[in-house]
Design a binder for this molecule. Structure first.
Ligand SMILES: Cc1cc2nc3c(=O)[nH]c(=O)nc-3n(C[C@H](O)[C@H](O)[C@H](O)COP(=O)(O)OP(=O)(O)OC[C@H]3O[C@@H](n4cnc5c(N)ncnc54)[C@H](O)[C@@H]3O)c2cc1C
Length: 503
C-alpha cells in the first residue's frame, strides 16, 4: 500500500481528516467515484479506534471486539460491511469469523448465553421464561421493524429521509425519544430477562434508562439477526482493506501527519494546513476527527454561526473506558470460554453504570479473541482484553494506573481460577491513552452520548454550515460503533456525490 507522510500533490477534490472507519468509508467511496482523495492521519497506522498493535508475538485490537453484517444476508440492505467491501472491490482482503454465542454473562446466581441467531435467542428465552414469551416476541419484532426501517432510510438519505417522510417509518417515529428501559417496561416483567436483554449496554456506553432504544435495537439486531463477526488478524486488517480501496482507486493516505488547520475563506472550505506547514487545497474537506476539535481548533468557532456552536456545546460526549490487554497460557477453549463474557455484580445495570461513573466500576467484560483467531498469539496462549467504562475525569491518569490493571485482573481471576499465575503479558490503557491515540477529547468512546435525545436528528448532521465542510464518524448521524460510522461515511459520500452531480 502507498502510504506517505507528505502529499504528492498540492490540490485534491477532497481531503479526509482522520482515518477512522467513518473517514475511510467516505474516502473509499469518493475515490471509487473517480474523485482525487487525500486521507490525512496523525497516527502511524490507519483505523482510529479500529487499530491494532503488536507486543512481541501478541496481536491486540485496541478497542473493537465484534461487528455485525459481514456476510451477505437475504434481507435487502443487510450485510452492510460485506456490501461496502464488495462495492469497494476489497472484500477478498478480509476474512470474518462468525461469533456464536454473541456473548455470555455471569450474574450472581445466573450464567447466560446469547445464541448467535435471533430465532435461537428468542426460543431459548421464551422457553426459560414461558410467562414472558409473548412480550419477548413482541419486543424482538419491534427491534426487527426498527432494523428494516433503518436500513430502508440508510439506502435513501438516512436520517433526512426519515424526517422528510415520517409516514414511511412508523416504528422509528414511535420510538424516536424512547429509552431501552421504557420499551422493556411495556413488554417484559422479569428482572432476570430484562438484564439478559440489556447485557450489551456498555457497547453503547449508557444504561437502559438512558440509552436510545432505536440505537440499541439496531445494534442488537446487527449482531443477532445479521450475525456477529471477528475480523481474522485483528480489525486492523479491516481498516487496511478500506485504506487500500482508497489507494487502489488512485487516492493517497498520509500517516504520521496531523492536520493543524482547515482553511476557510468567505464561509467556504479551501483546504488544510498540515502540522509540518504543508498547505493542500481542496474544495471539500471531510472531518472524521472529534467534532469539537474540528470546530474549535481546526476551523475556529468564529467561522461558524453562533447558534451552531452553542448547540454543539450543549451536546453531551460519551464516557471513556479502561482496557487491560493480557496474555495467558490458561487452557481456554470454545468449550469453556466465549469470545465475549460480561461479569456483572448484580442484575441492576443502572447501579453498574453508577459505579463506573464514580470511577470504581464493579463489572467488566472479557474478550478472548484467540478463540476465534488462535493466530493472534503463539500456540497454547490466549489473549484477554478486559474492558470497563470509566470517565476521563474520575482519576488523574498521568499518575499511572497499574492499580486499575491489578484490580481488573483480580476481578477476572475470580471467574478464571489460576489466572494470576498464568499471565505472560499485561498492559493497561486509560481514557488518556484513548485520547492520545485518536484525539477523541477525554477518550470519548462513541462520539456524542448515544442517548435518545442525541441520535437521529438530535445528533450533529453530516453537513456543516461551512460550504464544502462535511463530517463522517461517530460524532455525526446516525451514531457510534462500526455499524454507525460506516453508515455515516456512506451518507456523507452520497451527499457529496449527489451535490456535485447537481452542480
Ligand atoms: C474500548 C472500545 C471498544 C469498542 N468496541 C466496539 C465493538 O466491539 N464494536 C463496534 O462496532 N464498535 C466498538 N467501539 C466503537 C468504535 O470503535 C468507534 O465508534 C468507531 O471506531 C469510531 O470511528 P470513527 O470513524 O468515528 O473514527 P475514530 O476511530 O474516532 O478515528 C478518528 C481518527 O482521526 C484521527 N485524527 C484526529 N484528529 C486528527 C488530525 N488533526 N489530523 C489527522 N488525523 C486526526 C485520529 O488519529 C483517528 O485515527 C469501541 C470503542 C472503544 C473505545
Amino acid at each position: 500500500m502507498r502510504f506517505h507522510t507528505e502529499s504528492l500533490r498540492d490540490t485534491y477534490d477532497a481531503i479526509v481528516v482522520g482515518s477512522g472507519v467513518g473517514g475511510l468509508t467516505t474516502a473509499g467511496l469518493l475515490a471509487r467515484a473517480g474523485r482525487s482523495v487525500l486521507v490525512v492521519e496523525r497516527h502511524d497506522r490507519v483505523g482510529g479506534y479500529a487499530h491494532a498493535f503488536r507486543r512481541g508475538r501478541y496481536h491486540f485490537d485496541s478497542a473493537v471486539h465484534l461487528i455485525g453484517g459481514c456476510e451477505p444476508v437475504a434481507f435487502k440492505g443487510g450485510g452492510q460491511i460485506h456490501n461496502l467491501l464488495t462495492k469497494l472491490g476489497v472484500r477478498d482482503q478480509v476474512e470474518f469469523n462468525r461469533i456464536d454465542p454473541v456473548y455470555s454473562a455471569v450474574y450472581p446466581g445466573m450464567v447466560v448465553e446469547a445464541p448467535g441467531h435471533l430465532d435461537d435467542f428468542v426460543e431459548l428465552y421464551a422457553n426459560e421464561f414461558p410467562s414472558e414469551a409473548k412480550g419477548l416476541r413482541e419486543f424482538f419484532q419491534e427491534c426487527l421493524n426498527i432494523r428494516d426501517e433503518t436500513r430502508r432510510a440508510d439506502q435513501l438519505e438516512g436520517v433526512l429521509d426519515a424526517i422528510k417522510s415520517p409516514g414511511r417509518y412508523p416504528t422509528l417515529m414511535r420510538y424516536r425519544r424512547a429509552t431501552l428501559a421504557q420499551v422493556l417496561d411495556d413488554h417484559i416483567e422479569s428482572a432476570e430477562l430484562r438484564a439478559v436483554i440489556c447485557t450489551l449496554w456498555p457497547y453503547l456506553g449508557l444504561p437502559p434508562s438512558r440509552v436510545s432504544f432505536l440505537y440499541f435495537a439496531t445494534m442488537l439486531m446487527s449482531y443477532l439477526a445479521d450475525g456477529a463477526y471477528y475480523c481474522r488478524g485483528t480489525f486492523q486488517k479491516f481498516a487496511e482493506a478500506l485504506a487500500s480501496a482508497v489507494t487502489g482507486a488512485g487516492g493517497e493516505v498520509l500517516l504520521r501527519s496531523s492536520v493543524r488547520r482547515i482553511s476557510v475563506d468567505d464561509s467556504r472550505v479551501t483546504g488544510v494546513i498540515l502540522e509540518n506547514g504543508q498547505r493542500i487545497s481542496a474544495p471539500l474537506v471531510v472531518s472524521n476527527a472529534d467534532m469539537r476539535q474540528t470546530v474549535e481548533e481546526l476551523v475556529g468557532a468564529d467561522a461558524f454561526p453562533n447558534r451552531y456552536v452553542s448547540r454543539m456545546r450543549r451536546l453531551k460526549p460519551s464516557v471513556s473506558a479502561y482496557v487491560t490487554y493480557l496474555a495467558t497460557d490458561l487452557p481456554l477453549s470454545k468449550q469453556n470460554t466465549s469470545h465475549e463474557t460480561f461479569l456483572y455484580a448484580s442484575l441492576d445495570h443502572e447501579a453498574a453504570y453508577r459505579t463506573a461513573l464514580a470511577g470504581q466500576p464493579n463489572w467488566l467484560s472479557v474478550t478472548v479473541p484467540t478463540i476465534a483467531d488462535p493466530a493472534l498469539a503463539p500456540a497454547g496462549e490466549h489473549l484477554m482484553i478486559i474492558t470497563t467504562l470509566i470517565p476521563f475525569g474520575a482519576h488523574d491518569w498521568r499518575a499511572g494506573s497499574q492499580w486499575m490493571v491489578d484490580g481488573m485482573i483480580d476481578h477476572v481471576a475470580r471467574h478464571f481460577p489460576g489466572l494470576r499465575d498464568h499471565i505472560s503479558f499485561a498492559e493497561g490503557a486509560s481514557p488518556r491513552t484513548m485520547e492520545r491515540y485518536t484525539r477523541n477529547r477525554d477518550g470519548a468512546l462513541y462520539g456524542w452520548e448515544v442517548s435518545s435525545a442525541q441520535v437521529g436528528p438530535g445528533r450533529s448532521p453530516n453537513v456543516s454550515p461551512i460550504a464544502g465542510l462535511h463530517f463522517a464518524g461517530h460524532w455525526t448521524q446516525p451514531g457510534a460503533g462500526i455499524y454507525g460510522v460506516v453508515s455515516s461515511g456512506i451518507q456523507t459520500a452520497r451527499a457529496i456525490l449527489a451535490q456535485r452531480a447537481n452542480e
